[in-house]
Design a binder for this molecule. Structure first.
Ligand SMILES: C[S@@+](CC[C@H](N)C(=O)[O-])C[C@H]1O[C@@H](n2cnc3c(N)ncnc32)[C@H](O)[C@@H]1O
Length: 242
């Protein structure tokens, strides 16, 4: 239930910002790097866009294929097995109007190279939708859970990790990621915080109180652009053009 709520908060906020950026543009060519099972790719195909998902996981690509078939959009969705580093060769240079990279820059071998690869597959004026884990949120979460030493380590570690057993290879700060985007030739258009409160509010309250889930979604939406609160969000969603 909690995980489903986190996913739905993320999907709603990121989906709204992305659709606003693509509004009025029919049948776009979209590349979803690390698009996994197609949670974003398939709905975009249902809206009429052509989507290529590049992902190293054969299992994820098999689920993507099933999902696309179930939604009747198999001809608009192409799954390609591969890694971020191979993106230009797999998707084609200057082949995309939009590139999605959601929850992937944290895990690739070389995020700078991955951003350059995404820049190279975008056509002029193309849109990048980037969703990355934010360091501040894990510092707060570790402290609130009583793991104070880990919170301090995450605050100071260059990769925003709380220790050697942290499963996340890296997290980002807004200044750092927007700087990396500028270095790769991107112009940042919007920055939103995603899951500012969804991971903090007790699930017993949200799941039992009538209307609480809707109130939480509204609060998330209001906080997503607020500079102080977006700095605490679990993820940052950035729209940038190239
Ligand atoms: C957290 S999931 C995100 C899936 C999807 N983008 C979403 O937002 O629902 C991370 C995805 O990145 C993929 N991935 C892992 N390493 C990658 C790499 N080096 N290049 C591209 N994708 C990678 C995984 O297979 C997985 O599907």
């Amino acid at each position: 239930m909690v995980e489903r709520r986190r996913r739905s908060v993320r999907t709603a906020l990121v989906g709204e910002a992305l659709r606003a950026a693509l509004a009025g543009r029919a049948r776009l060519d979209i590349v979803d790097l690390g698009g996994g099972t197609g949670g974003f790719a398939v709905p975009l195909a249902v809206e009429g866009h052509r989507v290529t998902v590049v992902d190293p996981s054969p299992d994820a690509l098999a689920s993507l294929e099933r999902r696309a078939r179930d939604e009747g959009v198999s001809e608009l969705v192409r799954g390609v097995q591969g890694d971020a580093a191979e993106l230009p060769g797999l998707a084609g240079e200057s082949s995309a109007d939009a590139v999605l990279c959601h929850g992937v820059l944290e895990v690739v071998d070389d995020p700078v190279q991955a951003l350059q690869a995404m820049a190279s597959v975008l056509r002029e004026g193309g849109v990048l939708s980037l969703l990355v884990a934010q360091r501040n949120a894990v510092v707060l979460a570790r402290a609130l859970a009583g793991h104070l030493a880990e919170a301090r380590i995450a605050l100071q570690d260059p990769d925003g990790r709380w220790g050697a057993t942290d499963p996340m290879p890296r997290r980002f700060d807004e200044a750092g990621i927007t700087g990396q985007l500028a270095d790769a030739g991107f112009k940042v258009q919007t920055v939103h915080g995603v899951r500012t409160f969804a991971d903090l509010v007790p699930s017993a309250f949200v799941d039992s109180e009538p209307g609480a889930a809707d109130s939480l979604a509204e609060l998330e939406r209001a906080a997503s652009r607020h500079p102080a609160f977006r700095a605490l969000a679990t993820q940052l969603h950035i729209l940038a053009t190239h």
